[in-house]
Write a protein that binds this ligand. Structure first.
Ligand SMILES: NC(=O)N[C@H]1NC(=O)NC1=O
Length: 175
């Protein structure tokens, strides 16, 4: 849904319920993040608010970090094919052309995603808006698959933070 971007003043005037509705998907399918942060309104700046979301994510238990990673859709996966992605994820995946891959590229990514998920038990998560190019995404999964699970949970949550930051910046008016 397109909505006008919030100024800091408008954001700070939101009730906790309104805040939670606006920011509920800045962490994919995990509204608890916005519920937690809604109790921290008002914020000194957008950066201060983003830091609170990042710290919230960082302080979660390993179990909850794993849950969050598992809520992420595969890149160029079934949910994209069947148009079931969240609006945010759909725009992100399209920004890197993941909805228009050649059959060969789609196969390469699908196989690597599968290998990654079999090794770690959660999907490969990367901030695609930042990685931006298909080859960079492919290089990322090829390299990260060699890490150990503890490293990948932390790297994956680091990517969730970047996704969260960019999703928040889409909703606010920085000027
Ligand atoms: N699997 C995965 O990384 N998914 C995500 N990344 C991103 O930028 N948006 C997503 O949905």
């Amino acid at each position: 849904m397109m909505r006008s971007k919030l100024s800091l003043e408008q954001l700070n005037a939101l009730t906790p319920t309104e805040f939670h509705k606006v920011f509920e998907n800045v962490v994919e399918c995990w509204p608890e993040a916005a519920i937690f942060c809604s109790a921290m309104v008002p914020f000194k700046s957008f950066e201060a608010m983003i830091t609170i979301f990042e710290n919230y994510l960082q302080r979660l238990s390993i179990e909850n970090k794993l849950r969050i990673l598992r809520l992420h859709p595969d890149l160029a996966g079934k949910l994209l094919d069947t148009h079931q992605l969240t609006e945010e994820s759909s725009l992100e995946q399209a920004s890197a052309g993941l909805d228009k891959l050649t059959p060969q590229d789609k196969k390469r990514l699908t196989m690597l995603n599968k290998e990654y998920k079999e090794k770690f038990g959660f999907p490969f998560v990367v901030c695609v808006r930042e990685a931006s190019k298909f080859e960079a995404i492919l290089a990322g999964v090829t390299e990260r698959i060699n890490n150990n699970p503890e490293q990948e949970i932390e790297i994956g949550i680091g990517e969730v933070k970047k996704i969260c930051r960019l999703r928040i910046l889409e909703l606010v008016n920085k000027l």
